[in-house]
Design a protein around this ligand. Structure first.
Ligand SMILES: [Zn+2]
Length: 340
């Protein structure tokens, strides 16, 4: 009881500080559009932080951004990719060995679905009667290496790697502090329990749910090489902890994500602001927790403006990363620098 009270007081302190500093004021046209999208998509959340120090530059829908946890979908893949790269060469595991994606992932026997998995996941049944999980491209991505799997968001590549390496899930969760509240550091309840849920967690399905603020914190570490900095209002963020991911792996993943807005899943993304340059990005579409069919949309975008690097995380309760979350991101980037 005491512990709960303390968590709430931490959260309230952050909220109170945010309300005292009108981050979401200053551009009423943008606020109007975001409020419309908020109604249309059943809730949206936006946070923009400065890369490195994690200073909060903009926040829309504080309660959702700080307090509500959602499956991350494909924005989990860059975090998984960095962990895979660090594991390369250990016990014969090869992070870069290509995977042949036919559009279907068949779990190995050790990770075969149980009854509880069948209730949660939208599993299909192959001609051989074996259950499988679909890739984002029905016909498959063909022979896919790690860079291409990230740029085009191939589920089969990541699921195959997580199926091969039994420790992938535990390493992913511990390396990025996914079960640590991004502000208090308190340990959150674990979502994934079955072997298949742990494999699917590596593509952001089945667990572990994260807040929009947590996504911003992890991607700040990925993109800037910083530890897990507590997002803050004054540019002097305290460090929650370091991440157990090499700088080399983080730099490599960031370099790969620079292709997403040129040739990958955000190649059709449009915004109109010459003061903003996108450096790297990732989209994600995640199944609602413990539901089979409804979808959340996510975007993470590293951008540069006026010599500063910023990280934008956009979330849409109902929708996809490529459409609804992208519309939220466009709205924020179109007006960035104009009354902020
Ligand atoms: Zn694929």
């Amino acid at each position: 009881m005491k512990k709960t009270a303390r968590i709430i007081s931490f959260g309230t302190a952050v909220l109170a500080a945010v309300f005292a500093f009108p981050l979401s004021a200053g551009n009423s046209a943008r606020e109007d559009i975001l409020r419309q999208l908020d109604g249309k998509y059943g809730g949206i959340g936006v946070v923009v932080i400065e890369a490195g120090c994690a200073k909060i530059e903009y926040l829309f829908n504080e309660t959702l951004v700080l307090n509500r946890r959602f499956p991350a979908g494909s924005i989990m893949k860059p975090l998984t990719a960095a962990v895979l790269i660090d594991h390369d060469g250990i016990n014969g595991f090869r992070a870069d060995a290509p995977v042949d994606c036919s559009g279907r992932f068949y779990p190995s026997n050790k990770n075969a679905p149980g009854a509880s998995d069948e209730n949660i996941f939208n599993l299909q049944t192959g001609e051989n009667g074996q259950p499988y999980f679909k890739c984002s491209v029905r016909a498959g991505h063909g022979t896919t290496g790690l860079p291409s799997a990230l740029i085009h968001s191939c589920n089969v590549f990541f699921l195959t790697k997580a199926d091969q390496w039994d420790g992938c899930y535990e390493k992913l969760v511990s390396a990025w502090g996914l079960l640590k509240d991004p502000v208090t550091g308190n340990t959150l309840t674990r979502d994934a329990s079955t072997p298949l849920q742990k494999v699917l967690a590596c593509i952001g399905e089945g667990g572990e749910r994260i807040t929009v603020l947590k996504a911003a914190q992890c991607f700040n570490s990925l993109f800037s090489g910083a530890p897990l900095v507590i997002p803050n209002l004054n540019g002097k963020g305290n460090v929650l902890s370091d991440v157990a991911v090499s700088l080399g792996a983080r730099e490599r993943v960031t370099a790969i994500l620079s292709s997403v807005s040129r040739t990958g899943t955000m190649k059709d993304f449009k915004f109109d602001n010459s003061a903003v340059r996108i450096i790297a990005a990732k989209t994600g579409t995640a199944t609602h927790y413990r539901k089979k069919y409804d979808r959340h949309g996510w975007n993470v975008i590293l951008f540069e403006t006026n010599g500063k690097k910023m990280i934008l995380v956009s979330f849409a309760m109902n929708g996809s990363g490529g459409k609804e979350a992208a519309n939220v991101s466009s709205c924020v980037l179109n007006s960035w620098g104009n009354g902020k």
